[in-house]
Unconditional design. Sequence first.
Length: 441
Amino acid sequence: MKKFVFASLVALASISLVSTPMLRAQDSNQITIKDPAEYNAYQMAITQSDPKAKAAALESFLTTYPQSVVKSAVLDNLVDTYQQTGDQDKQLNAATRLLQVDPNSLKAILYSVIIKKQQGGKTGDAQTLDDAAALAQKGLTAPKPAATSDDDWKKLTHAAFPIFHSAIALDYAVSKKDYKNAQDEYVAELKLYSDDESKSGAGLIDSLQLAQAYAQPGAAVNLVQAVWFFARVWDLAPAAYKAQIEPKLEYYYKKYHGSLDGLDAIKTQAQASTFPPGTLAITAAKSPAEQIHDLIAATPDLNTLALADKETVLGLGSKEDADKLWALLKDKETQVPGIVISATASQIKVAVTQDAKDAKVADFVVNLKKPLEEKDIPQPGFEFKTQPAAELVGTYDSYTQVPATATTAQAAEIVLRDGQMIPEEKKKAAPHKPVAHRPAH
C-alpha cells in the first residue's frame, strides 16, 4: 500500500535537508588559544579534509579540552561536518551540545528542527513533534549574531523561517489535532515563498499538507480552500502522485459543489498562484441530506451504490432514507475495501470513506468469524482492495449514526459479522466480479 502521509510526501520532489549560508558561532581568528598543544590540536582538527576523520578529531579535541575558548566554534564546525557524513543522529547531538553553550545559535536550532520534524513525521511521535515545534518557535525570534552580516542573516532566515512554520504546523496537525492553527502556520510558511518557490520541494509538500488541514472535518473545515490547494498540488505534482491526489480533489469538490462541473477551471487557475484570488467562488450544493435523497431517488437499485456511498447514506441521510437502504443491506455480505485503523485477532476496524481515511477513524467494524493467527493480523495502514477479488468481506449486522464533534464530521459506524480475510490462493482461483462505483456524496 502507498501511504499518503507526511513521511512519504517528500517523494513529491527531490529536496535535501536545506541549503543554508554558513553561520559562524565565533570567529576563531579573533580568539587566542594560549596553550600551544591545544592550539595545535585545534588546527589539526579543523584542517582535516575527510569528513569522518574531521569529526573524530573535533570530538577528540572537545574531550581533551572541554572548556576551550573555541568550544562553540568547534561544535558549530561539528554540526556541519556530521551533515557532510550524513549522520543525522550525531548531527542532532552536536546541535544539542551547541545550544547548551550558544542558546541562540540559529544553525543549531534549524538543523535540530529539520531532523526532529523528519523523525516525528515518520513516526508520528508527539513528543518529537512538540520538541521540533518548541525549537522552531524559538528560532523565529532568535537574534542576529553580531559577527553575521545582514545579507547572510537574510539568506539564512529566508531558508529557516518557512521550515520553522512548517514544523509548528505539523505539530498542530499531527500531535494536537488543532487544524485551525495548523492552517495558519502553513499559510504563514507559504507566504514566505514566491509562487515559483512553492511549485516544488517543501512549498509543494506543504501546499498538500494545507489542503488536508482544510479538509479535516470539524470546526476548522474549509472545503473551498481545500479544493484550491488540492488542485494546485495536482497541477504541479509528478505524474506518479496525480492518481493519489485527484480522488481527494474530486471528492471534496463534489462534496461541496455537488458535481464536478467547473473543476477544470479551478485546476487551470491554481497553476498561476499559490493562494486563491479573492474572487474565487464555488457554489455550495444542497445539504448532504438533500443530496442523499436525490441520490436515492435517482438510483433504481440501491445495491449498486459504491460502499462509500452506502456509508454516506447511512451516516448523513434522513432516517427514512437510511432505513430504506439498510432494509436492503441487512444480513447481506459485502466487500470492505479500505485502510486498517486497528486490528485484533477477532476484529478489524477499517476506514472506507475518504473522510474516514483523512480523519484516521474507522467507519466499518468487521467482527471475524474465526480468530486470526498472530502473523495474519493486518497492521494499521494496510489497505484492503476490491480487485481482482475482495480481500475482506463481512455480513451487515448493525449501524449507528455518529454525531459530529469538534474534530469529526457526522458519520455512520457500520458493524459487520462473520468477517473473513480471503486467502491469496482463493482470490486467484475465483476472481470477484467488479463492483460498480459511484463517487461518494
